[in-house]
Design a protein around this ligand. Sequence first.
Ligand code: PEP
Ligand code: MN
Length: 317
Amino acid sequence: MHSIRGDERVVIAAVGVGDVTHCLESLEAAPGVESAVRISAPYKFVSREYKAEKSEIRVDGASFGGGEFTVIAGPCSVENEKQLMTTAIAVARSGARLLRGGAFKPRTSPYDFQGLEEEGLKLLRKARQETGLSIITEVMSDRDVDLVAEYADVVQVGARNMQNFALLKSPGKVGKPVMLKRGLSSTIKELLLSAEYVTSHGNPEVILCERGIRTFETATRNTLDIGAVPLLNELTHLPVVLDPAHATGKSSLIPALARAAVAVGADGLMVEVHPCPEEAFSDGAQSLTFEQFDELMRGLRPYLELWREQRRAVMAS
Ligand code: PEP
Ligand code: MN
């Protein structure tokens, strides 16, 4: 049972199995009940039917789903102290609000760099202390959820784990927002049902991330499903972030797609930044230099003014 307390009414959602027709009728007859309705979407708590207004998820001073477009930036992997600290300082200076960086890395090959694990988490904490940026980092196993949540402000569940149901059931306990990335071959319905796993297990703070899907096209690493953003905004109240880096695998395409993220009404952006992309342990080809990231942020400014105006109008309506 979950409830939303508004100014004029309280919405109480109950999830169960079986035929509820009779139950709806008797509830409707009860005093104080305005109406009893069945949520027709297969995902309940994350649907717009359950909650019409967009959810705002606050992360320290930053927010997703509120009046600001929030940018997450940082290296694909945490490699060493110098790499992380210089990147954190640079992205903070250019206007990022969260620092990303994988300490547990899901790699296609077992011979590739797998991440610094707890050592990497400690470096992320240090970067947080030095820059004030909030930290988002990935958890790959339910075994590590408590450990990652101790260091992270937002716990990321990556594309490859979008349907790791044991993992999705565990972030409920940790009390930190979860960013759920769309699986490589997952439908929007599957993404929302995975988000429903997290919310129905006690954590309503889920941020969705569109990061490209597998198609026949090989010119880009994945195919960015830009339409997923406005579609998700219709179907769910959860904030939506766009990741053009994993969607394309190509740094030259990122500024244009970042502008597209703003234009289609995403709540934020996640990009990869590295002091020297050609030396990155992972995802160098899609990583921006400090200068390129700064240019991207400056280029976004006029678009963000329009975005804020639009958001204010939606929030006021
Ligand atoms: C990442 O963001 O570090 C990552 C591994 O992305 P994805 O899960 O989308 O492949
Ligand atoms: Mn990456």
